[in-house]
Design a protein around this ligand. Structure first.
Ligand SMILES: [Mg+2]
Length: 445
């Protein structure tokens, strides 16, 4: 914990949904739900207009449809989210060399390393207000909520206090007063399972938690978690803002005496390795956004394949699923002598429960985007398309051989709707010219 409020946390409001409303004028001010649109889909982000109806992240899309049937259900456009995120991250790196992104829409900024020489509360407040205005300009209208405090923990708590489009600066010395009435879930790493364990011993708020001795906490939750909660309950958090997280990784690999050829065996080995990687991440309170597999073929060619999520994960199910899908794209018919799974892009901010599986296991589910099967045309709701005569638009819906398109972009007014045969040669998917690939190498500044 620092003597001055110099850690800033910025969180874009309803990010995926806000990007959709920016790019689809007819949806502005209306309920929008981005996520998996299929039978087992999960909501990734709901616009504030949809939240009024009780739609929330991680809810099944089926339930979201029941609660808000008139919402626009979109499958998401990762390229647009990444592009918008990069504009914001560049802006933040202009402010300070120490920027730590947590996901596409969230980052910590160390103001002690900025040009601000006065870190008093009024000065930091004015600075953060200007920064929020610049985010609106840089993103074409997206708002951000910002929190500033003496630690990462307090800054993150603060940014959530006045969402959306809010700013809260927690004055040094007032941290514990702020935290005490809050539920224990406010502490990072305390998910439903831990909260339940604490509830059983009568601990509901941070004030309750403060009454528990360190020994008791360790006995209840284990050594690492016990010490962690004991400190955080007292607002003691000295974690530095760290740029260049991407270099760190946690990985597990195995070499095999005989070349593996059975695909199902390889998948189960990857699944087991994903479990070990997840265990090590959780043990250290880490999570990461990039999942990589390493495959050495019978001729000693070594292949690395990776994919990047919108937000960090430490979930064994998510890591395993991504690892298996990466393997699916490789030709391993000649045999494999080494397999490995790694997670990089690490943040020490676990967004889910530190202590065990929860019902929210699939929270990190990405919207179903960027299906690389160019052989078969799929018209996902919300995707960008271009028509030879009508120009650019987006898929409103499709089915029974027909795709319906609304022709509008961020720069046009709400536009007209037309329907076409799904195989109409004049209609094709649209991608930005300089979009990055799935592994997300950043474009030149
Ligand atoms: Mg956000």
């Amino acid at each position: 914990m620092r003597g001055e409020a110099s850690v800033l946390h910025l969180d874009l409001d309803a990010f995926f949904a806000a990007v959709e409303q920016r790019d689809k004028p007819s949806l502005r001010g209306k309920p929008v739900v981005v996520g998996g649109v299929g039978g087992r889909g999960v909501v990734s982000t709901a616009s504030y207009e949809a939240r009024v109806y009780g739609v929330r992240s991680a809810m099944s899309t089926r339930e979201a449809r029941a609660r808000c049937p008139h919402a626009a259900f979109l499958s998401g456009r990762f390229h647009a989210y990444r592009d918008t995120s990069e504009r914001v991250m560049r802006l933040l790196r202009d402010v300070s060399p120490l920027v730590e992104p947590l996901s596409l829409d969230e980052a910590f900024v160390d103001l002690a390393r900025s040009d601000l020489d006065d870190l008093s509360v009024p000065s930091v407040t004015a600075f953060a207000e200007r920064l929020r205005e610049r985010v609106v300009e840089a993103t074409g209208g997206l708002t951000a909520s910002v929190g500033v405090g003496t630690s990462k923990f307090i800054a993150k708590v603060a940014s959530d206090l006045d969402k959306p489009d809010g700013l809260v600066v927690v004055a040094p010395g007032t941290e514990q007063d702020l935290l005490r009435p809050m539920p224990v879930r406010v502490i990072p790493g305390v998910g439903p399972a831990t909260a339940e364990r604490l509830r059983r011993v009568g601990v509901h708020t941070v004030a309750d938690l403060e009454q528990i001795s360190e020994e008791e906490m360790v006995r209840l939750l284990g050594k690492a978690s016990g010490h962690w909660l004991y400190s955080l309950a007292r607002a003691r958090d000295d974690r530095p803002v760290v740029a260049e997280r991407e270099a760190k990784s946690v990985s597990v690999e195995g070499t095999y005496d005989t070349d593996l050829t059975d695909r199902r065996l390889m998948e189960s080995l990857l699944t087991r390795q994903a479990g070990e990687v997840s265990g090590r991440l959780r043990k250290h309170g880490l999570s990461g956004r990039t999942v990589t597999i390493k495959v050495r073929l019978h001729d000693f060619t070594t292949l690395n394949r990776s994919t990047t999520l919108g937000s960090p994960t430490d979930s064994p199910a998510t890591i395993a699923r991504l690892a298996r899908s990466l393997l699916a794209d490789l030709d391993t018919s000649g045999g494999v002598r080494l397999l490995g799974v790694g997670v990089s892009g690490l943040a020490d901010w676990v967004q889910e429960d530190l202590f065990g599986e929860t019902a929210e296991e699939e929270v990190e589910e990405l919207p179903e985007v960027e299906v690389p099967h160019h052989s078969r045309r799929t018209w996902a709701p919300g995707m960008d398309v271009v028509h030879t005569e009508m120009g650019r638009g987006w898929v409103w819906g499709s089915g029974r051989g027909v795709v319906t398109v609304r022709f509008e972009t961020a720069e046009t007014p709400a536009g007209p709707v037309r329907s076409y045969a799904m195989d109409d040669p004049e209609l094709s998917p649209w991608r930005p010219p300089e979009s990055t690939d799935e592994t997300g190498s950043p474009p030149p500044a």
